[in-house]
Design a protein around this ligand. Structure first.
Ligand SMILES: Nc1ncnc2c1ncn2[C@@H]1O[C@H](COP(=O)(O)OP(=O)(O)OP(=O)(O)O)[C@@H](O)[C@H]1O
Ligand SMILES: [Mg+2]
Length: 257
């Protein structure tokens, strides 16, 4: 089972939109997809139609707290759309995990995801905009990292910080962790964007995934109505086509493993 974490220290670059887009595309390919929401903002959980105000809801925070093998399996909910699309939701209290000083605490997400390979083909983890403990938990659990960025200077600084964090995690906790790729999201046709895209390609070469995701108002509309961009017909077609291409790359990660 491939476990792919999506991260950038910079906020608002399109991590959650990319996770949702790729999850929907994998679902259309017939994959059994589990989305794990590691962001206390819970944007991913909400977009997948999970009622995060339900007091009975079990969350990734409960699973991490239990810290027993496979505990996340008790917090799996079916998304409101898709065929075999599931979510382990987040909750605001997950933010408290940033300050935990538990022995071997870095392995807790990895532990609670154990054994879920029987139920799912791929796990996508949405990270908060940081390089703190929650991102560390995700990278220790992951087989692969996808860094999402906008073609803007501040976002690119965030890419470098995530890649530094990846190296630390590889060295200390997860030797097998691999960089799957760098996604360039929300490209506007400006000279600044073109400059930054050249900069990313010069710096990270083949790690950069093609094509880039264009900037389209339909992405915010889809998030706002808790629907996939693919439900928007011709308005969403070019964004959906890019997410379809990315989903095939995620499937190929399993072939290469
Ligand atoms: N391709 C796109 N075109 C236009 N707008 C986009 C695109 N991708 C994302 N957005 C918008 O940009 C904003 C941030 O996107 P998103 O929530 O996916 O980013 P994020 O990196 O997950 O943010 P955070 O760091 O807060 O978790 C949202 O309003 C979203 O609708
Ligand atoms: Mg997000």
């Amino acid at each position: 089972m491939q476990i792919v974490a999506f991260a950038n220290q910079k906020g608002g670059v399109g991590k959650t939109s990319t996770v949702v887009g790729i999850a929907g595309a994998l679902d259309r390919l017939g994959q059994r997809v589990l989305c794990v929401d590691m962001d206390p903002q819970a944007d991913l959980s909400i977009w997948l139609g999970i009622d995060i105000d339900d007091g009975e809801l079990r969350t990734v925070n409960d699973a991490i707290f239990a810290n027993t093998p496979g505990a996340a399996g008790e917090a799996v909910y079916k998304a409101a759309w898709g065929e075999q699309l599931y979510c382990v939701p987040s909750v605001l209290d997950l933010a408290d995990r940033e300050n935990d000083g538990v022995i071997a605490g870095a392995f807790r997400l990895s532990t609670v995801l154990q054994g879920l390979g029987d139920r799912f083909d791929v796990v996508l983890i949405d990270c908060p905009p940081s390089v703190g403990r929650l991102v560390e938990l995700a990278l220790v659990a992951a087989t692969h990292l996808v860094v999402v960025t906008e073609p803007a200077a501040a976002s690119l600084r965030g890419v470098a910080r995530v890649l530094n964090t990846m190296e630390v995690v590889q060295r200390h906790y997860n030797h097998g962790l691999q960089l799957a790729g760098i996604v360039i999201n929300a490209e506007k046709r400006t000279s600044e964007a073109a400059l930054r895209i050249r900069e990313v390609r010069d710096t990270y070469a083949d790690a950069v995934w093609s094509p880039v995701v264009p900037s389209r108002a339909v992405v915010a509309a889809a998030a706002g109505s808790l629907a996939p961009v693919s439900a928007y017909g011709s308005d969403g077609r070019d964004v959906t086509a890019v997410h379809d291409a990315f989903a095939r790359k995620v499937v190929d990660l399993a072939v290469m493993a």
